[in-house]
Design a protein around this ligand. Structure first.
Ligand code: WT7
Length: 634
């Protein structure tokens, strides 16, 4: 059992002797200090744990700030470290993947088998003319082929853009056009709550709206009828049966700074940003954080219960665990299907040692009561993890005691699509405070500052900044370097700091408490959405003239989207219209963007320059003080 002491009225959770004895890193303070005094030395040491075709010339290059380079001059490919190098060792026989489909079908793959699938797929992509530097869009459910396709693209030097399978037509079409993709890999559907998600028809509609796609490869998962277009559409299994799909394929030699993938995320404008991650620094950073924070051992079975369509899935479901030679668990469907014990059943069945998930998932499963996890032997668990939004202490304690049996430290990891990997996080040896992501990772310097960039006092809320670039950070926004500079580096140009977009406070012990976004980004169930995206979907509904979207607290989702619409002249809002508008947003962006409530208004609070004052709407909805209204029109 964990040792619990009191600190400032809050319980402080100490790791057990067992955890400390086995920890990959035992002295956080000492190594942290060294890593900050000489970050380049620290990162060079981490980088030398990987295999390079050719060693780098410089660890860090800031000659073109804010377009930083790491390990410039080095030659590497992330697939070489994630797969190829393991084939020379006993790990070729180790399970790389355990996958369970929602209907209960199971597939497992050794590193040897994974390599064959990836190589075959890589050859299929080559036969479709996929070239180094091109971006392939992937839109799939959580099936092994999703990871296989990502790795196959990268093996031949192409980059991928994975679009989350929960996104819908407009979101997918936008992302395909923005990436200028010529090839799309999708599936006929996937299983979710006992039903088939119709990915292929969404993909077809999206391809109608985005004319760049010439080739669409479809994986058969559900066997339901789909429309295939002559000359454009191919079945994956047909291609994989052809002689061109040979199981041997050279891994392309890449530069450290060559593009690995782009991943779209929401920002403050309606246009999602395609963040560019590169081969060298990203693999050093993600493998280092994964190994040290989750104390990875060769015997471990690791389950990151995220979706590969998000950065969590890219970094900690596919790349970092494979680089560390870990056995990865992957599950296709809903956590409560057919019963709320589905996850706990899988933890027991596969002997999962580390479970990494989101506060939303924890709250959702907690709601069903303790009897569901209690039916299962969860004693294989050693460590737990949380990501996506602040975890409320109540959910933290339930996760810790009921799921972790009081013996598993919870790694509450704060990071972003932009940072590529964990930035603020405990290590297994860190005493924990429920709700705090604790301290910065090695080589990461953070600050909490006021409007003028001055450090705030302990306990005070301020803006979270990162004081030095780290190797896993996105290098730019695809096709829009100015926006990258503007969004992240401009505000603190003088100091050279990165603006995170979050507010936070640090307590007397140096523990960091992240509070939430301070821009027009909403976190719904841990998913990131821009108010502007929701608003643009709203005004694309014929009856809506103007709209505003805000986030209000929600017990399960953390935040829920509430929208305010002004209708076109002469129209009246009612329940039926509200329901139709909800459905429309869900069809355009995806079910995660579905508004919780639709309100109809005659006017919206705006500044004199015409900007919607969302904070006023929010204050009114929550019945709190509206704050400074001096810029309000009216
Ligand atoms: C935003 C980034 C899914 C991978 C990470 C999310 C919030 C993330 C935490 C945490 C408090 C967190 C922040 C951040 N966030 N992790 N442990 N505690 N807040 O990536 O979708 O790019 O979202 O998620 O607000 O800025 P993302």
């Amino acid at each position: 059992m964990a040792d619990i002491t009191k600190s400032e009225g809050d319980a402080l959770y100490h790791p057990s002797k067992e955890i400390i004895k086995n920890a990959n890193v035992k002295d956080y303070e000492k190594i942290y200090k060294q890593s900050i005094e000489d970050p380049e030395k620290f990162w060079a040491k981490e980088a030398s744990q990987l295999e390079w075709y050719k060693k780098w010339k410089t660890v860090f290059d800031d000659s073109e700030r804010p377009f930083f380079k790491w390990f410039a001059g080095g030659k590497i490919n992330i697939v070489h470290n994630a797969i190829d190098r393991h084939l020379k060792t006993w790990r070729r026989n180790k399970l790389a993947l355990i996958w369970e489909g929602e209907p209960g079908d199971v597939r497992t793959m050794s590193y040897h088998a994974l390599n064959r699938e990836v190589s075959k797929t890589a050859n299929v992509l080559k036969s479709m003319g996929v070239k180094k530097g091109e971006i392939v869009t992937i839109y799939m459910p959580q099936i092994p082929e999703l990871a296989i396709t990502m790795l196959a693209c990268v093996k031949i030097g192409a980059a991928h853009s994975v679009v989350y399978g929960g996104f819908s037509v407009e979101a997918l079409a936008d992302r395909i056009s923005n990436a200028n993709s010529r090839v799309l890999v999708t599936a006929d559907g996937g299983w979710r709550r006992g039903k088939v998600t119709d990915l292929k028809s969404i993909a077809n509609d999206a391809m109608d709206r985005s004319p760049t796609i010439e080739v669409c490869i479809t994986v058969k998962r559900t066997d339901h009828e789909v429309h295939m277009e002559n000359d454009r559409d191919f079945w994956y299994h047909d291609l994989m049966a052809l002689p061109i799909a040979s199981p041997s394929c050279e891994t392309e030699v890449m530069d450290s700074e060559d593009m690995l993938f782009i991943l779209f995320t929401s920002g403050t404008t309606g246009k999602p940003k395609g963040l560019v991650h590169t081969h060298g620094g990203y693999q050093v950073f993600t493998s280092s954080t994964h190994r040290n924070v989750f104390d990875i051992k060769d015997e471990d079975r690791w389950w990151c219960a995220a979706d590969p369509g998000w950065i969590t899935g890219h970094s900690y479901m596919v790349y970092a665990p494979l680089i560390n030679g870990t056995t990865v668990m992957m599950y296709e469907g809903a956590p409560n299907h057919p019963y709320p014990n589905r996850w706990w059943n899988m933890v027991e069945k596969y002997g999962i040692n580390i479970l990494y998930t989101s506060p939303t998932a924890v709250r959702g499963l907690m709601r069903f009561g303790d009897q569901w996890p209690k039916r299962h032997d969860l004693s294989s668990l050693r460590l737990l993890g949380s990501v996506g939004e602040p975890i409320n202490p109540e959910a933290w304690r339930w996760y810790h005691s009921v799921i972790g049996g009081g013996k598993c430290p919870i790694m509450d990891t704060w990071w972003q699509t932009e940072t590529g990997g964990f930035m603020i996080t405990p290590l297994p040896v860190t005493p924990l405070k429920p709700g705090s992501a604790t301290k910065p990772y090695f080589g990461v310097e953070v600050g909490i500052v006021d409007e003028n960039g001055k450090e705030v006092k302990a306990g005070e809320e301020g803006k979270l900044v990162i004081k030095k670039p780290t190797p896993g950070m996105a290098r730019t926004i695809f096709g829009d370097p100015d926006r990258y500079h503007e969004t992240y580096w401009k505000e603190y140009e003088k100091q050279g700091w990165y603006k995170a977009g979050d507010s936070a406070r640090m307590d007397e012990d140096g523990y960091i408490w992240v509070i939430g976004r301070i821009d027009d980004v909403i976190k719904v169930s841990g998913y990131r959405l821009g108010t502007a995206e929701v608003e643009s979907a709203l005004v694309s509904y014929p009856d809506v003239a103007e709209a505003a979207a805000i986030a209000l607290p929600h017990e399960l989702k953390g935040n829920a989207i509430h929208v305010y619409c002004i209708l076109k002249a002469g129209l009246k809002g009612d329940k039926k219209l509200a329901a139709e508008i909800k459905k429309h947003v869900s069809n355009e962006i995806g079910p995660i963007a579905r508004p919780e409530e639709v309100h109809f208004l005659e006017s919206l609070p705006k500044t004199r320059s015409g900007k919607i004052m969302r904070r006023v709407l929010k204050a009114r909805a929550m019945g709190v003080d509206e704050g400074d209204l001096s810029t309000l029109e009216e």
